[in-house]
Design a protein around this ligand. Structure first.
Ligand SMILES: [Zn+2]
Length: 216
């Protein structure tokens, strides 16, 4: 699988430095699970960070985000189901990384015709909300804008907008300056993990009608 769209270098560097909030961290880690190219970049950044840290007086800092991720990746055993660990959600989405499935999730909520959303509850408060978004074939997503950054990882299916075609494993970054209206391509549902900071504003008549019912 050749990925076409990756997080930018600044975002990967922030991941390596551990400065992203948890929601954004989850989105980038989801991309890294399927992208050896970006994993290599993060590993290099952590090497640079380690060199810098080694020249400083000892502090309790650590830059081991990738090490932790790789430990999870190389762990092929089924997770232990203990009382202290929440059960793995059976999402029916094989490409959703195991570490995400350990978070508590809500049920699938109606957002719009052929669009469903499933909230992911992070274990600590985060300014970024994380959810799964599932859209049927041919769905044109509602015109929307947002007041902050929106990270999207494609888990299954594909969508397309002015910025290109996004298939499984691809990563898309939107912000308040970008006004995209993606359309779902192909015959299968498009399922994405979305990390969104700020408020979502649905535009148009339908958007205004359903906005009060959509709690994002
Ligand atoms: Zn990548």
């Amino acid at each position: 699988m050749t990925l076409q769209h990756h997080p930018d270098d600044c975002t990967l560097a922030a991941f390596a430095a551990g400065t992203l909030d948890l929601g954004e961290h989850v989105a980038i880690a989801t991309h890294l699970v399927g992208c050896s190219q970006c994993r290599g970049f993060v590993r290099a950044m952590e090497g640079v960070g380690g060199t810098v840290l080694a020249s400083l007086p000892p502090t309790p800092m650590s830059a081991d985000a990738l090490l932790q991720l790789e430990a999870r990746l190389s762990d092929t055993s089924e997770p232990q189901q203990t009382e202290s660990m929440p059960p793995i959600s059976d999402t029916g989405i094989p490409s959703l990384p195991k570490f995400v499935r350990q978070y508590r999730m809500g049920g699938w909520q109606w957002v719009a015709p052929r669009v469903r959303l499933r909230r992911i509850d992070l274990p600590v408060p985060s300014k970024t909300r994380v959810f799964l978004l599932r859209s049927g074939p041919g769905t044109r997503m509602l015109q929307h804008s947002h007041t902050g950054v929106e990270m999207t990882c494609v888990l299954a299916g594909a969508f397309e907008h002015e910025g290109g075609y996004f298939g499984p494993g691809d990563f898309d970054l939107g912000d308040e300056t970008i006004d995209h209206r993606p359309i779902v391509k192909g015959r299968e549902d498009c399922i994405c993990l979305v990390a969104m900071r700020g408020d979502l504003r649905l535009e148009g008549l339908l958007g205004r009608l359903i906005q009060p019912f959509v709690r994002l």
